[in-house]
Write a new protein. Structure first.
Length: 251
């Protein structure tokens, strides 16, 4: 079976960027689930007294996760700044076209080799400048996962928090069967309608099947230097499929 491989992920997402929001809209729980994980991050953020909260949406795609972050931060009444970072120029173009009511900036960068100096804002140019990192559906698309997590830790201020919103079915037989059924019964057929030439939705199925179990990902987070690492699964048909992972840089 032909499917996209990790090194080609940004280019493959470029191909489907114009129709990606349509695919997302066909998943009725997608935005609500992102919002719930974003709320977990916002609740755990440090509260600096002399500046707005600074949050990076790493792997922001077309901006759905950025929107969830913005809504959660506004609901909490926190002055904030958001930087959305993604490797796909096409997805970032879609994100920039959206209307934002918060200070939101988007930048293209390689998640495995983060360079905040290229993000266009001096106050984010360096390590230890970010209060929170949100990474939705990113980690399994990165081959150098340990390097990615180590880079995230370097971005965070002491006491800063990362939330990873991600699929993982390795530890759940039921979750794996559900994921197979949803992928081949819904996601791949719809993908053939919205982007018939792209292998991205077949790659999506395979990337989840091959990804770390929840225990392995938590272990990676601890090894990267995070503490208070924990995770929880969503309910309903997503139980054992979709999870929220949380970790904090030691204060």
């Amino acid at each position: 079976m032909t499917h996209a491989t990790a090194p080609s992920v940004p280019e493959t997402f470029d191909e489907v960027a114009p129709t990606y929001d349509l695919m997302v809209a066909l998943n009725p729980g997608y935005h609500a689930q992102l919002r719930r994980s974003a709320e977990v991050l916002v609740a755990a953020l440090p509260r600096p007294e002399d500046r707005p909260v600074r949050v990076v949406d790493l792997g922001c795609g077309s901006g759905a996760s950025t929107r969830a972050l913005e809504a959660a931060l506004q609901a909490a009444g926190l002055p904030h700044e958001i930087v959305g970072v993604d490797g796909s120029a096409g997805m970032l173009e879609q994100a920039r076209r959206k209307t934002w009511t918060s200070p939101v900036h988007f930048a293209q960068d390689d998640a495995e080799h983060l360079d905040p100096a290229t993000w266009g804002r001096a106050h984010l140019a360096g390590e230890g400048t970010v209060d929170g990192v949100f990474a939705a559906y990113l980690v399994r698309n990165v081959s150098a996962r340990d390097a990615l997590l180590a880079g995230i830790v370097r971005l965070l201020v002491p006491g800063g928090t990362v939330v990873i919103h991600e699929y993982s079915v390795r530890e759940s037989r039921v979750g794996r069967r559900v994921w197979d059924a949803v992928s081949w019964g819904v996601v791949v057929p719809l993908g053939l309608l919205t982007a018939p030439r792209s292998p991205i939705y077949r790659y999506l199925w395979r990337s989840v099947v091959d990804f770390d179990g929840t225990e392995q990902l938590r272990s990676r987070m601890v090894a990267a230097g995070l503490e208070d690492v924990r995770s929880r699964s969503f309910g309903g048909w997503q139980r054992g499929v979709l999870h929220t992972f949380v970790g904090r840089r030691p204060a």
